[in-house]
Design a protein around this ligand. Structure first.
Ligand code: NAD
Length: 423
């Protein structure tokens, strides 16, 4: 047998079927069924999949579920969520149902500005250099805006600059922040081009050397905010409320808990970000950095009691999502999902996403403070376990119900029950 090598030159030049064959051959897979899996690109045309990333061999479909009951800023929404995790969509529906009658979610947005960073090193007098750069504000504005006339025409473009001197192990660095309103674009390419354009000018003005020119995903000039009150009656009384507040306080204080608490928020957030073809990693890195803004990692959301004893939740986090650029405009499902929500601006989408994040957080806190997370998860999880054990068709529901009744949702038990059923 010839030795398989991953050193393949010109893989990118092959057609998708050729790449699939090469990959399957490498793995020693001969099943036509596997080849067909790769060839079936679902609701994204194969040519588009090939254009979006490099070395494409296929796609992976993730279920899209609809979050119902969402009343956001007085408007009803059905929100598509793309996730592989059971219970996530149901959690949002439940939370939104429990605040629908009392007015739902109220949202707002800071600005739509992104930050691009330019790193300047080898500057002998960094504090003077800082002021020298600021003195060129008008020139910097003109240079940046000339990079993207389309953005300027749409009311966006350069807004401000910020220059910081940071002390590093390699000495002081002068860090320029370009603050740019990117309107309905996430804006990575727009601001990166501006940073690259400004770079040689900075070197000329200061005598320093520029290295990095790239946006910051800590998009704290682009914060989406949501608040909501859940009435005591709707959530099941003071004991539930107090348990939820105690769970929140735990998350606010302890990073081990805060990480899982915020993961719950991101279950909702990432699912909508993904369903609309936006950059999930950009949102996630921004969220976690923002959660550590006070110097320690803490809860992204806040929970408190209102004057009337109800439960108030609020969430503020960076939300750099766009309607143009990236896959959003290209992926047919992303376009359809935006249409379902009737999205007209990136700001509207950002505000819906944080509402979903807060709803998700409410449900997780409530489940944890009452029955525990497993009870709600159990029936959905049991279905997955039944499928893993090999159940199909009507068997899935039967086996899942049996697992829940037994209180043991395990694959080995599902396999035993499946054999009994098939006898
Ligand atoms: P883009 O450059 O494809 O599109 C944005 C451009 O579209 C604007 O600059 C503007 O010229 C034009 N435009 C047309 N209509 C507009 C409108 N209504 N509002 C605003 N602009 C409009 O996309 P982008 O948003 O600059 O880049 C997003 C992509 O960059 C994503 O795929 C992301 O994954 C990727 N990216 C991310 C990072 C990061 O997060 N660190 C880094 C590099 C690239």
């Amino acid at each position: 047998m010839t030795k398989q090598t991953s050193r393949i030159s010109g893989f990118h030049k092959l057609s998708i079927p050729e790449r699939i064959d090469k990959t399957l051959d490498f793995a020693g897979i001969t099943a036509a069924q596997t080849r067909n899996l790769f060839l079936n690109t679902g609701n994204i045309p194969m040519e588009l999949a090939d254009q979006l990333i490099e070395n494409t061999v296929g796609t992976i479909n993730i279920p899209v579920g609809i979050a119902t009951n969402l009343l956001i800023d007085g408007k009803d929404y059905l929100v598509p969520m793309a996730t592989e995790e059971s219970s996530v969509v149901a959690a949002v529906c439940n939370a939104a149902r429990q605040c629908y009658d009392s007015g739902g979610f109220t949202t707002s947005m800071s600005s739509m500005c992104m930050i691009a960073q330019v790193q300047l090193v080898n500057v002998s007098n960094p504090h003077s250099a800082r002021l020298q750069i600021i003195e060129h504000l008008d020139e910097i504005r003109a240079l940046c805006n000339a990079c993207d006339p389309v953005l300027v025409k749409l009311g966006g473009g350069f807004r401000d600059l910020e220059v910081r001197v940071i002390q590093t192990a390699q000495g002081p660095m002068v860090i320029l922040h370009l603050i740019v309103d990117t309107r309905d674009a996430m804006g990575a390419n727009a601001v990166n081009s501006m940073a690259e354009t400004i770079a040689p000018h900075l070197e000329k003005w200061t005598g320093g050397k520029v290295y990095l020119r790239i946006l910051s995903n800590l998009a704290d000039r682009r914060l989406a905010r949501v608040r909501c009150v859940w009435q005591l009656d709707a959530i099941g009384g003071a004991a539930v409320r107090d348990g939820m507040l105690s769970a929140y306080e735990f998350a606010r204080t302890d990073p081990y808990r805060a990480t899982t608490h915020n993961k719950g928020i991101m279950n909702g957030v990432t699912a909508v970000v993904l369903a609309t073809g936006n950059d999930t990693r950009a949102i996630e890195s921004g969220a976690h950095a923002y959660a550590a803004q006070n110097g320690w990692y803490s809860s992204l959301s806040h929970w408190e009691v209102t004057a009337t004893g109800d439960l108030a939740g609020s969430l503020e986090m960076p939300m750099a999502v766009g309607l143009v650029g990236g896959a959003t405009k290209l992926h047919p499902m992303a376009k359809a999902n935006l249409e379902i929500m009737g999205i007209e601006s990136a700001e509207q989408l950002a505000r819906i996403i944080v509402a979903v994040g807060l709803a998700q957080n409410f449900s997780a806190l409530k489940a944890l403070a009452t029955d525990g997370i497993q009870k709600g998860h159990m029936s959905l999880h049991a279905q997955n376990v039944a499928l893993m054990a090999g159940a199909s068709g009507a068997e899935v529901a039967l086996i899942a119900a049996k697992l829940v009744a037994l209180g043991t949702v395990r694959v080995d038990v599902a396999e035993q029950e499946l054999s009994k059923l098939r006898v």
